[in-house]
Write a protein that binds this ligand. Structure first.
Ligand SMILES: [Zn+2]
Length: 461
C-alpha cells in the first residue's frame, strides 16, 4: 500500500513538473557548455557542449613586431542546447565574434573565451563561429615542460614556430584545446617575402597578395588534436622525396649543414618499415622542419619539428613513430601519455634490433632499466612528471614485458589491432589492455599493474 501511495505521489509530482516545464520559456532547457573536458591534469583545457569539425585559420604575420592578425572560422556541431559556449584563448585581443554570421557577445575569463550567441544553438545543429583577433602571442609556461615555453614564439635568427604540447595552441588560435576534440584544418598563413610558412598537411596553394606578402595554404585533411598544429616561418630550403605515394618534404634553414640534412635520409626506410609493421602511414605527407634555437623535437602532425643542428637516427625514428601512436591514435587523458612516449621509445629498441640484431635490442632495453635509477610508475603521472624519463623508459619496458609474456607473433598482432581499431581516434590505457587480453587469451592485470602502476619497478623478463 505504502509503495502505491508513493508512486501516485511521484506521478502527480512528475506531471506537475512537466506542466511547469512546458509553461517556462524554452531557454530553461538551454545551458552553457562546460569550460573543460574533465581531464584529470588539465581540467580547464578543452570545452564541453560542442564538437569542432574543421578549423579554417587565416593569419597574417608581421615579423617586425612578431604580431599576428587573424580570423579563425570553426565549423562545429552542438552536443547540447547551448545558451553559451567557450573556446580556449590565451591573451591576444578579440575584435569580434560571429556565430552563424551574426555578431555574438563575448567575455574573457583567463584563458577562456566565453561566447553568447544572439540565438541559442539547438543540440545536434551545425554552427559556425568566426573569431577575429590579433596581437603578439604570449608564450605559455606549462609545468609539464619546464625546459621550453609553449605556443607561437620567436626562436633564433628570426625563425618563428608554434610548438604546443600539451597546452600551447591557445596562444595563437581560439580552439577546443584538448586532444578529445580532433578536427581537420585549413591553415592560410601570409608572410612577407622571402619568408616561407610551413604548416600541417599538404601545401594546396601559394597566393601572391596585393600587399606583397605571400599566403601559404596548408590542408590537414585527417583529424588532428589542437596541440599538434604547427606553423613555422623562416627562410627555409625545401628538400623533397616523391619516390613513393607519401611524399616526404623537409624544410631546413638556409644555414643548415649538409650533415644535419643527411641525417634525415633514413626517413623513407623507416616509413616503409613502420608501414609494414603497423599499417599505412596515416597522413597525406610527412617531413621535418628544422628551426634554429628550438631545443627539442616534437611530432607535430605530418611535419615533425627538430632543432637545426640535426637529430640522431633514433630521434628521427621516435618522432616518425608518433605519427601512428600519438597523432593518429591519441590519448583521451593527458595522464595516458605513456601510450605515446612508451611506444615511441620502445620502437627505438625495435629499430636498433632491425639494424644491428637482437643484442642491440637487448642492450637498449637493459639501458632503460638502470638498477640505481628509480623509474616512477608511468601509468598515471602527475603534471610535472608527464614528460619525465620514467614515462619514456618504463613505458617502453611495459611493451617489452608484454612481448615476453605473449610471444612475438601475438605481440605484433596486438600492436597492429590496437592501431587499426583506433586510427584517427582517442584511446585510454584500458583499451590497450583489452586488446592485449583479447588477442593473447590471457588475463594480464598483474603484468600491467606491476609495470604501469607498481611502486617498485619489476625485474626485466
Ligand atoms: Zn615522444
Amino acid at each position: 500500500m505504502t509503495s502505491i501511495r508513493i508512486s501516485t505521489f511521484k506521478l502527480r509530482l512528475l506531471s506537475a513538473l512537466s506542466l511547469t516545464l512546458l509553461a517556462l520559456p524554452l531557454a530553461f532547457a538551454q545551458q552553457p557548455g562546460a569550460d573543460g573536458l574533465g581531464d584529470r591534469l588539465y581540467p580547464r583545457l578543452g570545452n564541453g557542449g560542442y564538437d569542432v569539425r574543421h578549423y579554417s585559420i587565416d593569419l597574417a604575420f608581421t615579423p617586425e613586431s612578431n604580431s599576428i592578425a587573424a580570423t579563425a572560422v570553426l565549423d562545429a556541431v552542438a552536443l547540447l542546447d547551448l545558451a553559451s559556449f567557450n573556446l580556449d584563448l590565451y591573451e591576444l585581443t578579440v575584435d569580434s565574434v560571429r556565430v552563424n554570421g551574426i555578431r555574438a557577445a563575448f567575455a574573457r575569463e583567463e584563458a577562456e573565451l566565453v561566447i553568447s550567441p544572439a540565438q541559442s544553438i539547438a543540440a545536434g545543429a551545425a554552427f559556425q563561429v568566426a573569431v577575429t583577433y590579433g596581437g603578439v602571442p604570449q608564450p605559455i609556461v606549462d609545468p609539464a615542460v619546464p625546459f621550453v615555453k609553449l605556443g607561437w614564439q620567436e626562436w633564433d635568427d628570426g625563425y618563428v614556430a608554434a610548438v604546443s604540447q600539451p597546452s600551447g595552441s591557445m596562444n595563437w588560435f581560439p580552439c577546443n584545446n584538448h586532444p578529445l576534440d580532433k578536427a581537420t584544418y585549413t591553415l592560410r598563413i601570409a608572410v612577407p617575402r622571402p619568408l616561407t610558412a610551413v604548416a600541417n598537411g599538404v601545401l594546396s596553394e601559394t597566393i601572391a597578395n596585393d600587399d606583397g606578402t605571400r599566403a601559404f595554404v596548408w590542408e590537414m585533411e585527417q583529424p588532428m588534436a589542437s596541440y599538434l598544429a604547427i606553423v613555422a616561418i623562416g627562410d627555409f630550403v625545401a628538400v623533397r622525396d616523391d619516390s613513393e605515394a607519401v611524399p616526404i618534404r623537409n624544410f631546413f634553414p638556409a644555414s643548415a649543414s649538409d650533415a644535419s640534412i643527411a641525417g634525415y635520409d633514413v626517413t623513407r626506410d623507416m616509413m616503409v618499415w613502420l608501414s609494414d609493421m603497423l599499417g599505412p602511414y596515416p597522413f597525406a605527407a610527412y617531413g621535418v622542419v628544422a628551426v634554429p634555437g628550438f631545443p627539442a623535437a616534437l611530432e607535430t602532425q605530418s611535419i615533425s619539428i627538430f632543432r637545426a643542428s640535426g637529430a640522431g637516427e633514433l630521434v628521427v625514428l621516435h618522432e616518425l613513430l608518433h605519427q601512428w601512436f600519438g597523432n593518429s591514435v591519441t590519448l583521451s587523458q593527458w595522464s595516458d601519455i605513456w601510450l605515446h612516449e612508451g611506444f615511441a621509445t620502445y620502437f627505438m629498441a625495435l629499430w636498433l634490433g632491425k639494424q644491428f640484431g637482437a643484442d642491440a635490442y637487448s642492450s637498449f632495453i637493459s639501458s632503460l632499466r638502470t638498477p640505481d635509477m628509480a623509474l616512477n610508475a608511468p601509468g598515471n603521472p602527475e603534471k610535472t612528471e608527464l614528460f619525465a624519463w620514467s614515462v619514456y623508459a618504463r613505458g617502453a619496458l611495459v611493451l617489452h614485458a608484454l612481448r615476453s609474456e605473449v610471444g612475438e607473433e601475438t605481440f605484433f598482432e596486438i600492436l597492429r589491432t590496437f592501431y587499426s581499431e583506433n586510427a584517427y581516434g582517442n584511446v585510454a590505457t584500458a583499451d590497450f589492455i583489452a586488446v592485449a587480453e583479447a588477442l593473447s587469451g590471457r588475463e594480464l592485470d598483474d603484468l600491467f599493474d606491476a609495470w604501469l602502476y607498481g611502486e617498485r619497478i619489476p625485474d626485466l623478463p
